[in-house]
Design a protein. Structure first.
Length: 250
């Protein structure tokens, strides 16, 4: 059974309307951002509302990263770029000194199964996902990976919400820094198709098609980790060999 996506969960919980979802999906295709971030920027819902809906729907706990004591040994388990790409942050290791250690990971998108699978393969630890807001995850990454101060990290990670439309034709023009903020809200043009699309088509032939709203990157990630797990079970590759090759190619 195909996993549900953020839009479906928000719609089921009544957090957004069908029209808002369609508008958000349309904007997402242009900006290539995650749907949750897009809806927040559109002012459809708040970060807290998004986190609460996801936690309740998936029966997961939430975590306030600004209030927890972060374990540096957990932070060192993952690379900054990986955390930035998948909007997650490893903040603790549960069960240290036992055979059942688990990596506790705050995720703004706990439905990102490929990221969870990659973490479990590369670290050798099972993942326990916690739901956190995008800005808290981003602030933690800035603070612990890029050495930003708590105040600087919080300021840089604050989500940008689109201003309410102004109906007054005589409204003053926005100037200075406000123009920059407005430009940042403009959708980016769709990325041109790359040569890698042919690889995706080959994988479609091998595995079959997936839901239309799954991006090409998500398809490749899901299939890559599925193949990797099969190879590991058959003894064709070990985690140590994979990590050594990954470090060599870095």
């Amino acid at each position: 059974m195909a996993r549900k996506r953020i839009g479906e969960l928000l719609l089921e919980r009544g957090a957004i309307t069908k029209d808002q979802l369609e508008s958000g999906l349309g904007a997402q295709k242009r900006t290539r951002q995650r749907l949750g971030v897009t809806l927040i920027q559109q002012g459809v819902l708040s970060e807290i509302q998004l986190a609460q809906v996801l936690a309740q729907s998936l029966s997961l706990s939430t975590v306030d990263l600004s209030q927890v004591q972060v374990d540096w040994s957990a932070v060192h388990m993952l690379r900054a770029r990986f955390c930035e790409t998948h909007e997650l942050f490893p903040f603790a290791i549960d069960g240290k000194g036992t055979a059942n250690k688990r990596l506790l990971v705050a995720m703004s998108d706990p439905l990102n199964q490929p990221a969870t699978e990659e973490i479990e393969f590369t670290t050798g630890l099972q993942v326990t996902a916690y739901v956190s807001t995008h800005s808290q995850v981003r602030a933690a990454i800035l603070r612990y990976y890029h050495k930003a101060s708590p105040a600087e990290a919080a300021a840089r990670a604050k989500p940008m919400v689109a201003p309410a439309p102004v109906e007054d034709d005589d409204a003053p023009m926005i100037m200075g820094e406000e123009i920059v903020s407005a430009m940042n809200l403009m959708p980016e043009p769709a990325a041109p198709k790359k040569k890698g699309d042919s690889v995706s088509k080959d994988l479609d032939f091998l595995f079959g098609e997936r839901a239309d709203d799954e991006t090409e990157v998500e398809k490749l990630e899901r299939r890559f980790w599925a193949l990797l797990r099969i190879m590991q079970r058959k003894g064709l590759i070990s985690r140590d060999e994979f990590m050594a090759e990954l470090d060599r190619e870095s």
